[in-house]
Design a protein around this ligand. Structure first.
Ligand code: ADP
Ligand code: MG
Length: 332
């Protein structure tokens, strides 16, 4: 069988839980934003790893090494944020084509350092190898979170409200501009491109949500709202209704979609790489967030039946399929 028949997530499901010969310290293995490990400390340990490949995740034509460095570590920081954690230590592996300038790597590490300094992350190791053609970077990041506060994907409950910590769809629109409309002249163009090339991890929001005591489940939006909410629904054996008119959309995204006669909901629901957080929990989380001046949007509700619906501004509900990025079934 070819991988494109199985899909990325079909493949991941085949990786059997039998690969855990030492289960005692494993709180969570495959299936969440981070693995979660008990060490005997009051805090649990979180570990996540991500791989970015030139030509798949970025091109050297559309980004610069400093922003690539910031994004490489930010996608890992976002997975720590998605568990409610505080980041700690990083390991950085790179595969470098032999003709690459050292200045590229210097600038890449400057970008990485900006984020590691800001979030007080140590760089403790990694690996450097040559690559035949493309540049690749893989970062592994650890973090910690108090035992009772870690938020998983499989703990959403029927009746929970669904929240987002920021607007969605900008990153996908930014990618659309970079790939398909580089000459496009639009006031909000740069903010959309910025959302794609230089996302900022919601570590502070993740800690706040975990500490609030109101949240039950959390994930970061890397594959797109419909796919990532789909992961929560799959793992928690629940369904959902998204109120489409409640999805936070930036003015820049609306302007772009208006000009191109596109539906901003397509970018918002199946775009991906927004790196905001999606959590479920008690509706009181919203008021609590607003009194703490934290941006939070209530976009829907978790349902007991496993179906997934979108409710439009006229109150009509339509079933939807979780669509988002899958590396082996092609585009969303
Ligand atoms: P995220 O988008 O949050 O980085 P992914 O969708 O990439 O998460 O991965 C989902 C889960 O599958 C995670 O728990 C991840 O560690 C695991 N996973 C992904 N690829 C592999 C692999 N090749 N081997 C083992 N586990 C994997
Ligand atoms: Mg994630």
């Amino acid at each position: 069988m070819k991988l494109n028949e199985l899909g990325e997530f079909g493949f991941i499901e085949r990786i059997s839980p039998d690969h855990i010969p030492r289960p005692n310290h494993v709180v969570r293995g495959i299936g969440d934003d981070c693995a979660v490990i008990r060490t005997g400390d009051p805090d649990l340990y979180l570990i996540t790893t991500d791989l970015l490949i030139e030509g798949i995740h970025f091109t050297r034509k559309t980004t610069d090494p400093r922003r690539l460095g910031r994004k490489s570590i930010s996608v890992n920081l976002s997975d720590i944020a998605a568990m409610g954690g505080v980041p700690r230590d990083a390991f950085i592996a790179i595969a470098v084509p032999e003709n690459l300038d050292v200045e590229f790597l210097d600038a890449l590490y400057e970008g990485i350092h900006e984020r590691t300094q800001e979030f007080q992350v140590n760089i403790l190791g990694g690996d450097t190898t040559s690559s035949l053609r493309d540049f690749m970077i893989s970062i592994t990041l650890t973090g910690t979170c108090p035992d009772s506060q870690v938020l998983f994907r499989n703990t959403a409950r029927p009746g929970d409200h669904i929240f987002l910590t920021g607007p969605v769809g900008d990153s996908a629109a930014g990618l659309d501009i970079l790939l398909n409309r580089p000459e496009y002249d639009l006031t909000g163009r740069n903010s959309l491109i910025h959302a794609h090339l230089d996302p900022y991890p919601h570590i502070e929001q993740g800690r706040w949500i975990a500490q609030s005591g109101y949240a039950h489940a959390m994930i970061d939006v890397s594959d797109g709202v419909s796919a990532d909410l789909g992961h929560i629904c799959d793992e928690s054996s629940v369904g959902c209704t998204i109120n489409s008119h409640a999805l936070p959309l930036s003015d820049e995204l609306r302007e772009y979609c208006h000009a191109l006669k596109k539906d901003p909901l397509d970018f918002a629901l199946s775009g991906g790489e927004d790196y905001v957080l999606l959590c479920t929990g008690d509706p009181a989380l919203l008021d609590s967030a607003h009194s703490s001046h934290m941006e939070l949007f209530d976009i829907g509700i978790i349902e007991e039946s496993r179906e997934r619906f979108i409710r439009n501004s006229h109150g009509m509900r339509y079933p939807f399929q979780s669509r988002g990025w899958d590396h082996f079934s092609g585009s969303p």
